[in-house]
Write a protein of this length. Structure first.
Length: 265
């Protein structure tokens, strides 16, 4: 038997402490006795009343579903501010979900690395904080402070000249509709499908057109329902040195430069 984990008691304590409120403060504002609040925060009250759920939901501007189902302590400060600013998926009815992340001791978001051996498990555990906590974590200098970043390995040559086996550092995309056409992205697909690193264009019908840089690979489309996550390319790292230019490449570069000069005239 699978039992759902509920986070209501830890969430209301977390939200109270995050605002640096005492139990007396919250008891007075929500018209609760101190003993009742202590019981709610400690989890001794296993089945809080609907009225109490609504009180906390309205006061903290977090939906009842989120208070129950999402461990808010794993979200980090940026995600909490977004959520309380009205981006709670359960309040807005949006299909855009809250991204599970891990944080360090200072409540700053980690950058997780998904190694090749963990790729199969990622599709099942991508939204599970316990799974993410088991992934290797690191920090890179000069990453933007805004945004959530993760590193994914690439397999295959569909994105040459980016070498096979490169590690892609990418930023989480919450709303795919904001992507510019042919944005390079890591796309996490459902089921038995793999990660793909492609140039992504969101079409008017909602489907995603995925195109390779390597012209030997044909573009293809996927339904938005088959996509778990989209991560926009930020940078990549590789241990492969670029190959020297061939004579044919040098001739091509000269022709391109000559063509540009002619157009200027």
């Amino acid at each position: 038997m699978v039992t759902a984990t509920l986070f209501f008691h830890s969430n209301i304590r977390f939200l109270r402490e995050r605002r640096k409120f005492s139990q007396e403060d919250i008891s007075e504002v929500l018209d609760l006795s101190r003993n009742k609040l202590q019981a709610l925060e400690s989890g001794k009250t296993k089945n809080p009343s609907v009225q109490d759920l609504i009180k906390f939901s309205e006061y903290f501007k977090v939906s009842v579903d989120t208070l129950l189902k999402v461990d808010l302590s794993t979200l980090g400060e940026l995600k909490l501010k977004e959520l309380q600013a009205g981006n709670d998926v359960y309040m807005t009815g949006s299909q855009i979900r809250i991204l599970a992340i891990t944080v360090d001791k200072e409540n700053l978001e980690n950058t997780e690395y998904v190694p090749v051996k963990a790729k199969a498990g990622y599709q099942a555990g991508y939204n599970d904080p316990q799974y993410l906590a088991a992934l290797p974590r690191f920090s890179l200098p000069n990453l933007p402070k805004q945004g959530t970043f993760r590193m994914f390995p690439t397999v295959g040559d569909s994105m040459l000249p980016i070498p096979e086996g490169s590690d892609i550092i990418a930023e989480y995309v919450q709303d795919w509709k904001n992507l510019k056409p042919e944005t390079p992205c890591i796309v996490i697909l459902k089921g038995n499908q793999d990660f793909v690193f492609k140039m992504v264009t969101v079409q008017n019908n909602g489907r995603l057109l995925l195109k390779s840089l390597n012209s030997l690979y044909q573009p293809f489309e996927v339904n938005s329902e088959d996509v778990l996550e989209v991560w926009k390319y930020y940078k990549h790292q590789t241990d492969t040195l670029p190959e020297p230019e061939t004579d044919l490449q040098q001739i091509k570069n000269l022709l391109v430069a000559f063509h540009s000069e002619v157009k200027k005239k």
